[in-house]
Ligand binder design. Structure first.
Ligand SMILES: C[S@@+](CC[C@H](N)C(=O)[O-])C[C@H]1O[C@@H](n2cnc3c(N)ncnc32)[C@H](O)[C@@H]1O
Ligand SMILES: Nc1nc2[nH]cc(C(=O)O)c2c(=O)[nH]1
Ligand code: SF4
Ligand SMILES: [Mg+2]
Length: 218
């Protein structure tokens, strides 16, 4: 597998926002989102084994890991599975940030492991690459489905996807809405959600408020 960086920080996204977490950022991505804040992970990295990554994770005293990138699901399948099995066997809680274009059943999750599945919206320029069959593969009470929106068109598009694929909160799906940092005011998104009386989770990237927005390794 190719590792870009491994660091210990406060989880800035998803329903575990605020919790201390070890981040494993893999190298390489199959998409190129217009707003991507992690372009340094497209190529830079070092070949590393799952055992070595696990050893480095174990140096920290917290059993919570976020696998991200780049796109984690394009790493070699067997090695990724090996890492998930090592973490699963040692009682780690794991979230896997994935871009929505890769079959999430490429790997088999253990208990306490979940996907945070992005659905890329029109302003990302990557919405045509989505594998919507993933919406049949997500486990509603386990996984989270995330929309990172940059404008009102994105928000309306997301609502239509939720209606069309029947992934509403009423059906048990856990939905996240995040503004594209520096593009859409969090308050504007908050007001749209309240106007719709919608049971979805608004999230901002907490780490960008805690540290310099462009800082690596946090
Ligand atoms: C860098 S990506 C890596 C994982 C995977 N490639 C994906 O896109 O889900 C991690 C998360 O950061 C989000 N993200 C990237 N750039 C962002 C930005 N400028 N503002 C808000 N969220 C952003 C992505 O949408 C994704 O949910
Ligand atoms: N603190 C912090 N939380 C995060 N949650 C998801 C991240 C990511 O880049 O995928 C991330 C990140 O880069 N930093
Ligand atoms: S899929 Fe994730 S890592 Fe890849 S370009 Fe988009 S935001 Fe960046
Ligand atoms: Mg990030």
């Amino acid at each position: 597998m190719k590792l870009n960086e491994l660091f210990f920080s406060i989880q800035g996204e998803s329903s575990s926002m605020g919790l201390p977490t070890v981040f494993v950022r893999f190298t390489g991505c199959n998409l190129r989102c217009s707003y991507c804040d992690t372009t340094y992970a497209y190529f830079e990295g070092t070949r590393t084994t799952p055992e070595e990554i696990f050893r480095r994770i174990e140096e920290y005293g917290v059993r919570r890991v976020c696998l991200t990138g780049g796109e984690p699901l394009i790493q070699p399948r067997e090695e990724l599975q090996q890492l998930l099995d090592l973490l699963g066997g040692n009682n780690y809680e794991v979230s896997i940030e994935t871009d929505g274009s890769i079959d999430i059943e490429r790997v088999k999750l253990r208990p306490k492991q979940r996907f945070v599945l992005d659905i890329k919206v029109p302003s990302s320029d990557m919405h045509t690459y989505m594998d919507f069959d993933n919406l049949k593969r997500v486990v509603p009470e386990r996984d989270e489905i995330k929309f990172v929106v940059g404008n009102e068109e994105d928000y309306l598009w997301s609502k239509e996807i939720i209606r069309r694929y029947e992934i509403s909160p009423e059906r048990g799906y856990r939905l996240l809405f995040s503004p594209v940092y520096g593009v859409l005011e969090p308050r504007t998104l908050a007001e749209w959600i309240l106007q719709d009386e919608w049971d979805v989770r608004l999230q901002v990237q907490l780490h960008k408020w805690l540290w310099e927005p462009g800082k690596r390794g946090v």
